[in-house]
Design a protein. Structure first.
Length: 232
């Protein structure tokens, strides 16, 4: 079984609310004034972090594009109803299966939901992947360690064999839809998004190698639809 930790540290580039400077002779701010100032300071530092990320991405655009692509793939997996937004319930359902405590999921959701709309947009998850590097390898979100390659491939093959009902060596969108509608609660739209994620070469079918690669690259995918001898 692949071990999953329910605790990880979010460490953005510059996500620190600066302390109010202590100056000799200065009058300490009233508690109410401090409480009012802190959200504004937090908003400013979030903006600063986003600006830093944007500046870095101007230098290494290919790397940032790959990270954003990975975030989009994870988004497609977690957005179970395919409405273009990840609800708190969808994130909770997905990550508690990976071993996270509810408090950890709520903390993560609140960090990512920067506009406080109670839903995560694709752009917000992209920003989270760019700012919080641990997300890219966190259980249920990022890539697996290559030491588990054999086990992950075995699980991918088990799922492939279950979906490829006609045994022709490839999975059609209809076969994927039939399997996931029977085994999961994914909507038709969500399944179409997932098929697009898996069909890397865009030939209208998912080959065994494509499913294997996706299982290694996206632990979110394996967590959501996986089965096989090593999946629990």
């Amino acid at each position: 079984m692949l071990a999953a930790s329910s605790v990880f540290t979010l460490a953005p580039l510059t996500y620190v609310v600066p302390p109010i400077a202590s100056v000799r002779g200065a009058v300490a701010p009233a508690p109410g004034a401090l409480a009012t100032a802190m959200p504004r300071l937090a908003k400013l530092t979030m903006q600063a972090a986003a600006e830093d990320v944007e500046e870095i991405c101007d230098v290494i655009p290919d790397v940032c594009a790959q990270i954003e692509g990975d975030a989009d793939a994870v988004f497609a997996v977690i957005d179970e109803n395919g409405d273009g937004s990840i609800s708190r319930e969808e994130l909770m359902q997905h990550l508690t299966k990976a071993g996270y405590k509810e408090s950890a999921v709520n903390m993560l959701f609140d960090k990512l939901d920067t506009d406080k709309s109670d839903g995560l947009s694709k752009d917000e998850l992209r920003a989270g992947f760019l700012q919080y590097t641990p997300l890219r390898s966190a259980p249920g979100m990022g890539a697996y360690n290559t030491e588990f390659m054999t086990e992950i491939h075995a699980d991918a093959d088990a799922l492939f064999n279950a979906i490829d009902v006609d045994g022709n060596g490839s999975i059609t969108k209809e076969e994927l839809r039939e399997h996931l509608k029977r085994e999961t609660k994914y909507s038709f739209k969500a399944i179409s998004n997932m098929f697009s994620l898996l069909d890397v070469n865009k030939d209208g079918a998912v080959e065994r190698a494509e499913l294997r690669e996706a299982f290694v690259k996206y632990s979110a995918l394996r967590q959501a639809i996986g089965e096989g001898p090593n999946f629990k």
